[in-house]
Design a protein around this ligand. Sequence first.
Ligand code: FES
Ligand code: FE2
Length: 398
Amino acid sequence: MDDITQSVFKGDVASNPRRVAIAERLTPDFFALERDQVFRKSWLPIARASEVPEKGSYVVKDLPTFKTSLIVIRGTDDTVRAFYNVCTHRGNKLVRAGDGCKQRFACGFHGWIFSPEGELQTVTDEHSFLDLDKAKLALRAVNTEVWEDFVFVHLDANPKESLKDWLAEFWGGYTDYFANFQQVAGYKLTVNCNWNLAINSFTEGYHTLYIHRNTMPDYQGGKINPQRHRPFLELLKRHHRYSAPANPDHNVRDTEALAWRYGRKLIPAFDDDLTGMPSGVNPSKHKNWAFDVVQFFPNMLLLFGNSWYVEMHFWPLNENQCDVIMAVHHYKAKNLGEKLSQEWSLSRGRSVILEDLNTLEAQQEMLSSGALTHVQLSQQEMSLQHHYKVMNEMLGIA
Ligand code: FES
Ligand SMILES: [Fe+2]
């Protein structure tokens, strides 16, 4: 028994709810509360700074959670800012969709022009406006800060914390990590389930023995960790992270062996050489490390591997629907062999993600029926316990 991997917990693990009232969360009123008390009071990652690489580059980000649209623009001063995507004349959506680069943002309705810094530069037929104060008619700015290429916004006019304070221990833990990779796939799905259920299904490893038994029967755990307990799990004030256990006795099949002959290990075998990785990756330096799952509260997950990472965003549309947006990033392939090797892993990963999504609508159907008021959570679902603890704190629920 001594060789069996034991979970190491860090942070306040004692005060988390082990029974969570779930049915009451699946109502329109509860969703409105979450939107206003949680999402509107959190720093939310909505874009990457690398999406707006040049001065004047912009990208439109619709936020259906808030029934609004933002435009992220890199100014001529190289600062990345976000604005409500609304013309300050009569409220036209300034840029309908997409991305590009320009020095003047002209509204299609009556031709008002804004600079990349949001100033109102030109009012057409200006003399017809009496009492016009152009300085007061700049684009409506949203609080914006950038961390490691992620553009975060805060929709509250006066955030109580800077992004640095909000990210706390994460702030300096992943320096320069993201520059090592390139995006190789992206998915966006609208799922008929509450966003809490969706994000919960990616923040525990308990399910992996069962849901993924056909696609990845032995990628985690193994005889040193038959229940696949997380070797390390850390709870911060709002965010949390854990490390997933690799199986050192993973049975490498012929196709996988072929893939690794031409490229680095991704999944289901894992490369645990942490040379050059920042301190936040595999924070406990666990020997049989597979990858980390990190929840940036409330709605972003990053799965950190050595040669890959996955980015997942969960945006509620209402109480029973959410958008799940994912991007898969791999090490930069230098030749066709590495590219083909990556494709093999990518196709395997796609099946696993579909399995993860498979239970969500069935779970939503049954939980919204009211047949079950609460869910019961284990120590291996500590991330879920913590998620609901932080949610309850922000919602003012005892
Ligand atoms: S609404 Fe934009 S110029 Fe009139
Ligand atoms: Fe899974």
